[in-house]
Design a binder for this molecule. Sequence first.
Ligand SMILES: Nc1ncnc2c1ncn2[C@@H]1O[C@H](COP(=O)(O)OP(=O)(O)O)[C@@H](O)[C@H]1O
Ligand SMILES: [Mg+2]
Length: 265
Amino acid sequence: MTDARLSGEKLTLAYDKRTIAQNLTVAIPDGSFTVIVGPNACGKSTLLRALSRVLTPKDGAVLLDGERISAWPAKRLARTLGLLPQSSIAPDGITVTDLVARGRYPHQGLLRQWSREDERVVAESMDATGVGALADRYVDELSGGQRQRVWIAMALAQQTPILLLDEPTTFLDIAHQIEVLDLCADLHEQGRTVVAVLHDLNHAARYATHLVALHDGRLVAEGAPGDVVTAELVESVFGMPCRVIDDPETGTPLVVPAARRKAVA
Ligand SMILES: Nc1ncnc2c1ncn2[C@@H]1O[C@H](COP(=O)(O)OP(=O)(O)O)[C@@H](O)[C@H]1O
Ligand SMILES: [Mg+2]
């Protein structure tokens, strides 16, 4: 896997005795916008946790730049790879600015205290996610959608070349979903490797440069959305009959669930 900085090799992922995935190998192509799709509980979050060293594989290894991720020093890892978990809980009574500023911790050290550069990156990250106006608000008083954008701002402030986002569009209305996905696409175009778990197959097909489909902890398909998203795959992975047509806006696959009853002409 020469073109992947980040990969999982023959992973066995488990919680205590409960095995979620076995012999799972997945490579994140460098510079890609990789989207992971799959039914509830198939192991998407578990995989992201392993790829970001939150979860230690029972077997196999996660490699980052050719080294086992388990051997990476914590700060160096935090400057290279950022994870936005599926449900993040903010510390009590923290303001938006202070939460976003936490993204700068990996860049600080004993000799390198808070700087104007940190200030600038925090402001820029809040700007990019549209939370600038919320700067002094308490995070726990925000709506789900606002809070989600604050977390993304924090991940942005970390300025990592690799960004893993677990369902970044959950809780957002459709306009904000697209806004967040556009933001991810911008980050990808600026050169970052972005990995996101998404539920909406149509969004996944539109935005992904590389799509990974998981089912029961197994990788069942990967590649360009146009190759991966077929009616057969959707039916076998999600158990839902559908048609796949061309998205009239983008030409990417558009999944149209089969109607419960056929329309009468
Ligand atoms: N901390 C945990 N302890 C035990 N089981 C877990 C834990 N987190 C997730 N699981 C289980 O692992 C399986 C995969 O979960 P997850 O990776 O969160 O799925 P997904 O993100 O695809 O919905 C599920 O059956 C879930 O119940
Ligand atoms: Mg999940």
